[in-house]
Design a protein around this ligand. Structure first.
Ligand code: ATP
Ligand code: MG
Length: 423
């Protein structure tokens, strides 16, 4: 025997019956997006590396150490498996001039790739759903995006997710804050961990996002960007808070909530759960008014979020929500081999009428086939035996009735007769 092969570490197979939960979740997402007028967009999984370097920023965890990048041996192009999708959506919008007649509301789903240490809620291939509203300055659209996520939680039956908000202001406000932040951390240089020392002069805002418990007191006492906000930024932030309050949405302001990139500005938000251990952020988003220009388009404001599907499904599984795949309606038992063609035709006719039909395959005795029929969860077994076949009939047995009814014979023609028995 050849040696077994396994999936790449941190990249998971999604198998039945677990895959049913994914399908159920995806159907809810489609319903949600339709309800808000967001339209589906699909971009390639592989993009030029330069897109992410420019679109995410050089001094970020993702670009510094998490990207799966390679050189296409055939033409020497530098390529990357997408670690996130916002940069690609913006690239596509610019490339195809999608904003020529005004704003666009878009959504996507699919796999993302980051070379991280695999653990609960953190994988190397993971999946996101994202919503992006391009061309709108907000804060109405910021509120819409947040309420959209809230509606998804309620459609899924999830409770207890906390909304955290912050405002990152504009470039000049961040520059003032950055100077104060560097001065503060320099004055406490002895308390910085290695990561923080490395980021101090490249991306000090990111230090606020540290997960190191030993750094928490230091970070708690750091100068707040919120205190640097000018009138316009404040008005945007107040406007968003007002809309959320009026929509009955609670939130907490978390001054340490950041995205360490220059073109993220104004609103940032996260939906956080206490039930996921260290990886508690289920959905993260914010405004990125500078990105469209950064990717080469005419300046246009934008806002969006991305949620981690594995983390949402973890919550659903914990809550016992989201069910099994629907069983077939009918299981076809083939007790007499020459009846095969007739059985296949009947199965096709039932499927055309909208029924789910599982055709027995692989032979075996009537008894063993009936066992499989029962285990399939089907409501009915259709039994193609010799006697019935000779009479142009089929045996019908209800599998889920409590008063175990006897099998009866039903003529195959007209097909409507059999269909009526199966409804
Ligand atoms: P974290 O701080 O957990 O690393 P992040 O800031 O890198 O998150 P984003 O880039 O904002 O995450 O991605 C949005 C969402 O995608 C996250 O909130 C999370 O739910 C999910 N996500 C991010 N990275 C992973 C991963 N490696 N595995 C599974 N889900 C992930
Ligand atoms: Mg990360």
């Amino acid at each position: 025997m050849n040696a077994k092969l396994s999936a790449v570490k941190g990249m998971n197979d999604i198998l039945p019956p677990e895959s049913a939960r994914w399908e159920w979740f995806e159907s809810k997402v489609r319903e949600l997006m339709r309800a808000y007028g967001y339209r589906n967009i699909r971009t390639p999984i592989v993009e030029p590396t330069a897109l992410f370097v420019r679109g995410i920023g050089e001094v970020t965890d993702i670009v510094e150490k998490e990207m799966y990048s390679f050189t296409d041996a055939l033409n020497d192009e530098q390529l990357t498996l997408r670690p996130e999708n916002t940069a690609a959506i913006v690239r596509a919008a610019v490339e195809h001039n999608l904003l020529y007649d005004g704003g666009k509301r878009l959504w996507y789903t699919g796999p993302m790739f980051r070379h991280e240490r695999p653990q609960r809620g953190r994988y190397r291939q993971f999946h996101q759903v994202g919503a992006e509203a391009l061309g709108y300055a907000g804060p109405d659209v910021d509120a819409e995006l947040i309420l959209m996520a809230r509606r998804l939680w309620s459609m899924l039956g999830l409770q207890g997710l906390r909304l955290e908000l912050n405002c990152l202001g504009q470039a000049d406000e961040r520059a003032r804050h950055r100077a104060k932040l560097i001065a503060y951390f320099e004055a406490h240089a002895g308390e910085l961990d290695e990561d923080a020392r490395r980021r101090l002069h490249t991306n000090p805002l990111r230090i606020l996002d540290t997960k190191n418990p030993a750094m928490q007191p230091l970070v708690q006492g750091a100068p707040r960007l919120l205190d640097e906000l000018g009138e316009e930024s404040r008005a945007h932030f107040d406007g968003l808070q007002q809309l959320l309050r009026e929509a009955g949405q609670d939130f907490v302001i978390n001054p340490r909530l950041v995205r360490g990139l220059d073109y993220y500005n104004l609103s940032v938000f996260e939906w956080v759960s206490e039930q996921l251990g260290a990886q508690g952020t289920v959905c993260a988003g914010g405004r990125y008014d500078g990105l469209v220009e950064q990717i080469g388009g005419k300046p246009a404001p934008a806002c969006g979020w991305a949620l981690g599907i594995e983390r949402v499904l973890d919550l659903l599984a914990q809550a016992g929500l989201a069910g099994a795949a629907a069983p077939p309606d009918v299981y076809v038992v083939l007790a007499h081999a020459p009846a095969l063609a007739s059985a296949l035709q009947t199965a096709e006719a039932l499927r055309a009428a909208g029924l789910g039909v599982l055709m027995h395959a692989g032979g075996g005795s009537l008894k063993s086939q009936m066992k499989k029929a029962d285990a399939s969860g089907a409501r009915f077994a259709l039994i193609f035996g010799e006697q019935e076949w000779l009479a142009g009939e089929v045996g019908l047995k209800a599998l889920r009735e409590t008063s175990a009814l006897q099998q009866r014979s039903v003529p195959l023609q007209p097909a409507s007769l059999l269909l009526d028995c199966l409804r």
